[in-house]
Design a protein around this ligand. Sequence first.
Ligand code: CAP
Ligand code: MG
Length: 430
Amino acid sequence: MAIDWYMDFVEIGYKPAGDELICLYYFEPAEGISKEEAVGRVASESSTGTWTTLFTLPPRMKDLQATAFEIDGNFAKIAYPLALWEEGNAVQLMSGIAGNIFGMKALTNLRLVDVTLPPAYLQHFKGPHFGNDGIRDMMKVRGRPLTGAVPKPKIGFTAKEHAEVGYETWMGGFDFVKDDENLTSTSFNRFDERVRLMTKMRNKAEQETGERKSAFINITADTETMKKRAQQLADAGWNYAMIDVVVAGTASVMTMRDYCSDLGLAIHAHRAMHAAFDRSPKHGITMQFLAKLMRLVGVSQIHSGTAVGKLVGTKQEATLIADVLREQKTKGFGTMLLDQDWGRIKNAFPVSSGGLHPGLVPDVLDIYGPDLVLLVSGGIHGHPKGTRAGAEATMQAIEAWQEGVSLEEKAKSAQALAQALEKWGHHKPV
Ligand code: CAP
Ligand code: MG
């Protein structure tokens, strides 16, 4: 008597219906398990199956089963019937396609690469509130990257010191001052006090420059506290809130998306902890998938890597993540990306950050083009003449890229840039 029914979830050559969700996985079967059986097990555990045959299995269950329909080397595609998924509940989707399956003994490795979300699934999500055009209108910045910096040291400043560094950052020409991921409301830098002083300094910088200035102030906490903090930001006239979206969790991001949207706040998504599940090329979840999930639940921008800075991530990954966030339609790309049509869902900005300085700006812009949020933090505060000069040098490096001249050429008439190049050159930090 058969004790399992995993092979019922495999039909190579099956043509998925237009309203099915398609997942692409990288997989490695454990010893003694065939590829077909391994993917059958993934399809089973992520949809309706269990480890053994059942006494009762109503025939209609067949309609809810996932089907593994393509195996190419160690990559497989699985189709999931639309009816498996609750409308508008991205958390439930994760419990299926990114749930128990990562722990199955029958596989030594499993990586969720990407998912194609059909229009019938997308229709229950709102996506980002503003879209990139809306953000540009709000910030009154066109034709160049939006720029920002995190005060460094990353935690330790009092609220007053923090706001003063923020002021210097804005005065050097940057649009945003960003809180660091581990700065929320500590004994030496309380959220309320930081908002109060940052608001004062923002008003001063706006008055003195005539430009729109903003900040990604970190509201990360339990969801109820985040709501209070978002309200405080809106009351003080801010247009953004920042959330550490991975550690806070998809459910709270979903709640905060609607809450922030009602308050007119865009969400800056920091991705701290992402590398715990996306760094291994064999196991876990890709950053492309996380970016897709976060656009779906409506953040306005999310960190996407630099390829040339201090943190892991390749050029190709950065480009694909940027496509997932910015484009209305993406075409499948080898074993890294699937087709996606976002329909009416607005787009989001990639955010390039981590180990950048003026000397690396052209490399980053070559990868992303001008439609991104560029964060240069240590790379402005470590400038030989200080934060303001560091921000100026970065803006000059952006101009050089736009003018199509080398940084060295530009530096002949741009003193701050010349000083930055003297210190860092084109150094790629490790
Ligand atoms: C960058 C940063 C960002 C990282 C996050 C930091 O500072 O503030 O959190 O960029 O990584 O704390 O390291 P520097 P990612 O510019 O001084 O390096 O963008 O890859 O998610
Ligand atoms: Mg940081």
